[in-house]
Design a protein around this ligand. Sequence first.
Ligand code: FES
Length: 142
Amino acid sequence: MLYSEKVMDHFRNPRNVGEIPDADGVGQVGNAKCGDIMRMTLKIDDGIISDVKFTTFGCGSAIATSSMATELIKGKPLSQALELTNQAVVEALDGLPAYKLHCSVLAEEAVKAAIKDYYDRNGIAYDPDLFRDCGDCEGCMS
Ligand code: FES
């Protein structure tokens, strides 16, 4: 089977879909390889991601990886969410076919863009290296 059961589960029944209306951080990124778009909204309380929602105009793998990414960062401190890598998301889903790996980048970059937006809005200093453009996306850091 091409896709793991976890990928199919998160694709058919994605978690945390939607948009937080009064979000503290918003990240929208585009995938340069396919043109798909992902939007992530965060609610942040005392440095903890108390809520997260996403919407995507993207493929099934983008939906599944974003859904898993939201589960992995919900309730976590920002510092931990910033360490989330697309590889960790893919592992949590029991893998993706190699040619769909680029789809998982969208989730990681959307999380980072939303956290950066939160820092910028609140004048919180950060290490710009944390938000280095990986080169796989378009627009996430602008
Ligand atoms: Fe665009 Fe998967 S093909 S994110």
